[in-house]
Design a protein around this ligand. Structure first.
Ligand code: ATP
Ligand code: MG
Length: 470
């Protein structure tokens, strides 16, 4: 490298990777308010928070989400994570079928046997940045034997997910979800309804605008395959009129054709057989009862027979919630029942239902409709002048902060006019003026910046006054 090139390299300005972004103040105050509300509302429904790893074995997602989904086939961030010799040897030594073979060997023979095994093992394990968290929650449920405690287990999570999608408004490669899962116990329709009621309560508390809830039932292992065959047969007849994606899905996943947004496919899809007419008796009864339970809770919904959801593990109840101000990325929450998932991942047969809210989109919608929190300025800006006032200013800042006020204490002395200008820029409500006079008399000056009003207070009285203004 020439010297010039080195310099240029040194001066490289880094930017956040495409599809990722920094969340900055004051917007992060809104994120915190949303998350705090989730903690509160979900807590009132008896859910506890689970914190999960950001990466998991690739297989966990491939197996649960399904190979012919967009997520697994093209959106996952996966990479080989090299296993070191120690880990690989430990893997061998902990394989029950292997252990039996080691009995009767001396140490040297055992070491040789392990060495030979080591050479046949893959050198790395594939891991994936989580594209969603339901599979991880189920993995944790199994790993920690949660089925042995009281059922059902109600968990929620908040955190980043990763999908390699084309970035646009409301669609990012690192995005955030707030989700909940209820595992174990029964599949009583009241559970489905209460999970949905909880999301709607959360949205109501945030004053999310233009909320619309769509529900559907996509049947079970008994009735869905039969419906899918009917659907496939009908799709084959109109194949030539469909786009390339839908044509491929006739083979791989016909249900996903119903999800198509292509304009010219809409009239064709409208005429396809509808799953509601093909549900088995049990699924029909379950769906009817879920709707009744929703009515009982005063939750407004609309039935949408085309709502199939993008992940393979869903069955029976599925739902999606849309909100205002999001353009074509208007889904803020998706969810559904997934009774077979825990078993598919090696656990006992377990009922399950859950949802995931797209936090980025939720925030966007709140902002677009003016429900985003106003920028929080400082409560008090301390305008101190003269070395004498310095110690008093430090003490005042400490006691005001301890009382819960947000305080700006300038690190160096400023002229009075400049200090007030600074206070204004920061959106402070009050300026506390501390000069030689105030320190000498013990009477501090407080200026209300919006009105210009000024008053004199002792330290005690000042705190009392500010408390009443909070
Ligand atoms: P979409 O149809 O919009 O791609 P999805 O069906 O892939 O959504 P889910 O897997 O159900 O989405 O995730 C639940 C929610 O997470 C979505 O309703 C959405 O609000 C949010 N979400 C999904 N992918 C993204 C993304 N790339 N960026 C931002 N939010 C997302
Ligand atoms: Mg998607």
């Amino acid at each position: 490298m020439s010297e010039g090139a080195v310099k240029k390299e040194e001066r490289r300005r880094f930017q956040a990777i495409k599809g990722t972004r920094d969340l900055l103040p004051p917007e992060t105050a809104l994120w915190n308010r949303v998350e705090q509300t989730a903690h509160e509302v979900f807590g009132t429904f008896g859910y506890g928070e689970i914190r999960l790893p950001i990466f998991e074995p690739t297989d966990l997602f491939a197996r649960s989400i399904g190979l012919d989904t967009d997520v697994v086939s093209k959106e996952m961030y996966s990479f080989p994570d090299p296993l070191d010799r120690y880990e690989r040897a430990a893997q061998i030594l902990s394989t029950p079928s292997k252990i039996a073979g080691y009995f009767g060997m001396d140490q040297q023979q055992r070491a040789n046997a392990v060495q030979k095994e080591l050479e046949t093992l893959p050198a790395a394990e594939w891991v994936t940045l989580r594209p969603e968290a339901t599979a991880s929650v189920c993995r944790a449920y199994i790993e920690h034997n949660m089925q042995q405690g009281p059922q059902p287990v109600k968990l929620y999570y908040i955190g980043p997910m990763f999908r390699r999608e084309r970035p646009q408004k409301g669609r990012y490669r690192q995005f955030y979800q707030i989700g909940a899962e209820i595992l174990g116990g029964t599949d009583a329709p009241a559970i489905d309804a209460e999970v949905i009621e909880m999301v709607m309560t959360f949205f109501e508390r945030l004053e999310l605008q233009g909320v619309q809830l769509d529900v559907n039932s996509i049947g079970c292992r008994e009735c869905r395959p039969k419906y899918v065959e009917k659907l496939r047969a009908e799709l084959v007849k109109v194949k030539d009129k469909l786009g390339a994606d839908s044509q491929r899905r006739i083979e791989t996943n016909p249900l996903r054709v119903l999800d198509s947004k292509l304009e010219h496919e809409q009239p064709i899809i409208e005429k396809l057989p509808r799953i509601a007419d093909h549900l088995c008796e049990d699924c029909k009864a379950h769906y009817a009862a879920v709707k009744k339970e929703l009515q009982l809770r005063g939750v407004e919904y609309q039935e949408n027979w085309r709502l199939v959801r993008g992940l393979d593990y869903y069955m029976r109840t599925t739902f999606e919630i849309t909100a205002k101000g999001l353009g074509s990325q208007n889904a803020v929450c998706g969810g559904g029942r997934y009774d077979g998932l825990v078993e598919l991942l090696g656990g006992p047969p377990t009922k399950g239902i859950g949802f995931a809210i797209g936090e980025d989109r939720l925030i966007l919608s709140l902002q677009e409709s003016g429900k985003g929190a106003a920028a929080q300025g400082r409560d008090v800006y301390i305008a101190w002048m003269g070395e004498n006032a310095r110690a008093t200013a430090v003490r005042a800042a400490k006691s005001l902060r301890n009382a819960g006020f947000s305080v700006e204490l300038p690190p160096v002395e400023q002229k009075f006019g400049k200090a007030l200008g600074q206070a204004d820029k920061l959106g402070a409500r009050f300026a506390l003026i501390l000069g030689d006079n105030e320190v000498a008399s013990g009477e501090w000056t407080l200026k209300t910046l919006a009105t210009g009003e000024q008053g004199k207070f002792t330290e005690m009285k000042l705190l009392e006054f500010l408390q009443t203004e909070k």
